[in-house]
Each structure stands twice: as structure tokens, then as C-alpha cells.
Design a protein around this ligand. Structure first.
Ligand code: RIB
Length: 333
């Protein structure tokens, strides 16, 4: 398929000149316009949305890159992004990167060629250089949740540290003293900050035991497996804080299968606030992220960059607050 560059080369003019003909903007002589149009016909070049994109026109398309489509947190984010974008007449393309930086770069490469107007990424796989490369290309981007944070990149996330403090203080308030933590992958900013919140809170309460901290991978299977391991390796665990809700669901399955009474013997709290925590019995307490609001604010920030408009709603702080939702797994009578 011929590109705008092929037309420019054949006509012996710059891409910007061809772009002016496509968009009928700016001065161009009749002869040059005629020559360019003849070359476009010869090459059967059609100025599609790709060409409009190249000429700096908006394509009214954005992309959302997520790390794990099977984790309900991210489809809930995608729902919010898609709803908000389409309310502005913008189409959203979704890419699942599987926490794989190479896959993410492949997506980014395609997206640049497709001339999307901007990208929201929740993926963590990019290095600083790669992020700066995107910024250098002039592509508007917003980082969301766990994505690598750089001060030049607009971002929307919750206060993960404070959310973990809320979770542990809640377990302490119902009498737990031997509280285990199943963290997410340690390399992720979200897991690391929650782990710090857990550790600091228990240290301040004088009941931190590093043997009760286990690294997980945010999956339900891992929640099941690690809960079995921590119960086997430690005496007297009376509370578990998991760094996300999927692992809390896994932990609950193992606790019940092991004959442990929840919350009488072991209380349990997760993190995220996905609807799955209400689909199990007993229902799981959690630290809820304002998932829909995160997706909505990410789109507002991206549109703001694309349009550089100021009539959009004033952006709420980039760091949103979490909320404790107490349910059966931490309600002791
Ligand atoms: O459950 C997926 C986790 O990955 C969430 O806690 C979210 O914050 C992301 O970091």
C-alpha cells in the first residue's frame, strides 16, 4: 500500500506539502497541487485516517494497554476507559501485553503506525528509555495504576501504601496479631508500596514478623498455594492481607478446604474491590480502588493532552483514595 512518503518522493516534494494538499490547508501552487494529485492517482494512494493522522489530524482513536486481561481489575478499567472515550466520540483499541515488554513495544510500534491520538498504559514492561522514546515521538500518553512512573508522564493511580495501612489497621482492630501478607510481584510499584504499608503498620504495632510475608503473582491459584504454604510453615496465623482480590479468593478456598473458620480462626482481606469478592461465600472484605474513576480520569488526562483543551472537568488529583469495604471475612461477633 502506497504511503504519503511514496507520493512525496514521486512528486519531488516534502511530506508536509502532500499533507497540505490532502487537508487543503496552507498555500500551495496549482501546478504543484496538480502534480501531487497525479502522483496520488498513479500510486493509488488514498488519504485514509492514517494519512489524516500523519498530517496531524486526529483519528479519534486511542489505545489502552493492559498487563493481564484475565484479571477482572483490568476489564473493569477497560470498561471505564471505553465508556468515557466513546462519550467524546473516541474509539478505544485494547492491547493485552501479558507483562511482556517486548509484546508491549510491538503494540506501541503498531499503534504509532496507526496514528492513534494517544495511549493509556497500565503495563509495567517499558524501561525509562522506552517511555522517553514515546514522549520524544510526541505521542500523548497517560500511565495508569502500575505503569512505570515518570514525572513527565501524566498518571492516575491510588495511594497503594495508604490502602495497605487501612487493611492492616482493620485486621488489628478486630484483634488479629499474627497477620500474614501475600504480596504481588515485588517488581511492581503497586505491590511494593502495599508491602511497605503492611510492614510499617505492623512494625508500629509491634507485631511484624518477616516470616509471614510471602511473594505472590496476583493469581487465584497462587493465593491458594501460598496460603497452604504459610499455614504449614507458621503457627497461630490469625489474619491474612492479600495484595489483590484474586489472591484473596484463592486464600479463602484453601482456608475453607483446610477446615479453618473464617473469620473466627483467620480473618481475610484483599485489595482492588472487584465484584468477584461478592460472588464467594463468605463475602471477602477488601480495600476498594475507585476502578471506574481511575479509567475515567486517565481518559480525561489523555484528551487534555491531545486537545490541550481546558474546558474539560478540572482534573482530580492524580492519586485517588481507596476505601475499606468490610464484609463477612473480617466481621467477628
Ligand atoms: O489485581 C491486579 C493488580 O494489578 C491490582 O491490584 C492493580 O492495582 C494492579 O497493580
Amino acid at each position: 500500500m502506497s504511503t504519503i512518503r511514496d507520493v512525496a518522493k514521486l512528486a519531488g516534494v516534502s511530506v508536509a506539502t502532500v499533507s497540505r494538499v490532502i487537508n487543503q490547508k496552507g498555500y500551495i501552487s496549482k501546478d504543484t497541487e496538480k502534480k501531487i494529485k497525479a502522483c496520488m492517482a498513479k500510486l493509488q494512494y488514498s488519504p485514509s485516517s492514517v494519512a489524516r493522522g500523519l498530517a496531524g489530524k486526529k483519528t479519534d482513536t486511542i489505545a489502552l494497554l493492559i498487563p493481564d486481561i484475565t484479571n477482572p481489575f483490568f476489564p473493569e478499567i477497560a470498561r471505564a476507559v471505553e465508556d468515557t472515550a466513546s462519550s467524546y466520540g473516541i474509539t478505544t483499541l485494547l492491547g493485552n501485553c501479558d507483562e511482556n515488554g517486548v509484546k508491549e513495544l510491538r503494540y506501541l510500534d503498531i499503534l504509532k503506525k496507526r496514528y492513534v491520538d494517544g495511549i493509556i498504559f497500565a503495563e509495567h514492561g517499558l524501561t525509562w528509555n522506552e517511555i522517553h522514546g514515546i514522549l520524544g515521538s510526541g505521542m500523548p500518553i497517560v500511565s495508569l495504576d502500575r505503569a512505570a512512573l515518570s514525572e513527565e508522564v501524566s498518571s492516575v493511580r491510588v495511594n497503594h501504601y495508604q490502602g495497605a495501612v487501612l487493611a492492616v489497621e482493620h485486621l488489628l482492630s478486630i484483634g488479629c496479631r499474627r497477620i500474614a501478607h501475600i504480596s504481588g510481584p515485588n517488581h511492581l510499584i503497586t505491590s511494593a508500596n502495599r508491602n511497605r504499608g503492611y510492614t510499617d503498620t505492623l512494625r508500629n504495632a509491634g507485631c511484624f514478623d518477616p516470616d509471614l510475608v510471602y511473594e505472590g503473582d496476583f493469581s487465584m491459584e497462587c493465593g491458594m498455594r501460598v496460603t497452604e504454604q504459610l499455614l504449614k510453615e507458621n503457627e497461630g496465623v490469625d489474619g491474612i492481607f492479600t495484595s489483590n482480590d484474586l489472591m484473596a479468593v484463592g486464600a479463602l478456598k484453601t482456608l475453607i478446604r483446610s477446615g479453618v473458620k473464617v473469620p473466627e480462626d483467620v480473618a481475610l482481606i484483599g485489595f482492588d474491590g472487584i465484584s468477584m469478592t461478592q460472588m464467594v461465600e463468605p463475602e471477602i472484605s477488601t480495600i476498594a480502588q475507585p476502578i471506574y474513576e481511575i479509567g475515567k480520569q486517565a481518559v480525561f488526562q489523555l484528551i487534555h493532552q491531545i486537545e490541550d483543551r481546558h474546558e474539560l472537568p478540572e482534573m482530580t488529583p492524580r492519586v485517588l483514595e481507596t476505601k475499606l469495604i468490610q464484609r463477612a471475612t473480617t466481621t467477628r461477633f
